[in-house]
Design a protein around this ligand. Structure first.
Ligand code: ADP
Ligand code: ZN
Length: 298
């Protein structure tokens, strides 16, 4: 019991994804105690059940990493609300408010990718860094950005997965982004790879041309982030980045895109500048625990 006391209060973590919800309890040191998963059904169904799950376990606060677009600026009227989503029932839903009412405790709220960034910076290999970009390349492409120790919000939150790129001349595949013909997500997310090559990305591991094109697009976007945010490190996560052969290609092409214009110690060591996520898939849940801890401190 003394052990539990040292760890402080039990905290709740919720990674709210477009297809599934991942819930956990744990402690401020990042330890996960218990997990539970449930499909993302209509909010009136799933949110009260999740709130009850946390309440039964007596958590002192909850941290939520939510799918976007969503209101994450505490000074905005839409803070904690789901915004313009096609998911049935979720548009305009007061997610944070309903979680607070249902659990009776404070709820920290940010985007899924911002909390993944927070998890890596708090518990992972990027501990102690001030400016970090976390990019997930999966069903979509999303970016979380930490600037001087704070998660970046601004008018909404970064949407760096939708930066516009130069489409390669030999790439005539339809974009997988409904808004843009040549954004990173449209050209390089998992569904874009499948549309272009006619098979799921996981089945294309031994096709070098696939990863040559994919790394071209990632490296265009990453060179842009380097110029705009001046990150000390860029972390790449998500299903597509399980293709480890992408890392050396991306590092080499980012350096080529920067073309010697920036000379920093970080860029001199590309292997530690552009890195995979380090927490074995738990960066989001652990970031939610840190978000919950911050609520208790606030
Ligand atoms: P989500 O983005 O939905 O949260 P993921 O990050 O797992 O989930 O991304 C799913 C996408 O990643 C799918 O498009 C899938 O094709 C792709 N993907 C999953 N695993 C792999 C893999 N091992 N190699 C390449 N692509 C993968
Ligand atoms: Zn787009």
């Amino acid at each position: 019991m003394a052990d539990e006391k040292d760890r402080g209060a039990l905290l709740g973590a919720l990674e709210a994804g477009g297809t599934k919800m991942v819930l956990a309890t744990g402690y401020a040191d990042g330890t996960v105690v218990e997990r539970f998963e449930t499909p993302t059904t209509a909010p009136e169904d799933v949110v009260p059940r999740m709130a009850a799950w946390f309440k039964e376990r007596g958590v002192a606060a909850v941290g939520v990493g939510a799918f976007g677009p969503t209101g994450v600026n505490p000074r905005s009227a839409t803070f904690g609300h789901v915004l313009d989503t096609p998911k049935p029932g979720w548009r305009g839903y007061d997610f944070r408010g309903e979680m607070m009412r249902g659990t009776g405790v404070a709820v920290g709220y940010d985007t899924d990718v911002n909390v993944a960034c927070l998890g890596e910076v708090t518990f992972g290999s990027s501990r102690g860094l001030d400016v970090v970009v976390y990019l997930t390349v999966g069903t979509g492409v999303g970016a979380g950005v930490m600037i001087d120790g704070r998660l970046l919000h601004g008018m909404l939150h970064p949407e760096a997965g939708h930066v516009l790129l130069t489409r390669r001349a030999d790439d005539q595949a339809p974009s997988s982004c409904p808004f843009h013909d040549n954004c990173l997500e449209g050209l390089a997310a998992g569904p874009a790879i499948q549309k272009h090559w006619g098979a799921p990305a996981v089945e294309l591991a031994d096709r070098p041309e696939v990863w040559d094109l994919e790394s071209d697009y990632l490296a265009q976007a990453l060179a842009g982030y380097v110029m705009c945010y001046s990150p000390q490190r860029i972390i790449l996560g998500g299903g597509v980045m399980k293709q480890e052969q992408l890392f050396p290609l991306v590092r080499e092409k980012v350096a080529a895109n920067i073309a010697g214009y920036l000379k920093t110690d970080e860029l001199a060591d590309m292997d530690s500048y552009i890195v995979p996520a380090s927490l074995g898939g738990d960066q989001g849940i652990m970031g939610c625990l840190e978000l919950a801890r911050r609520e208790l401190e606030a």
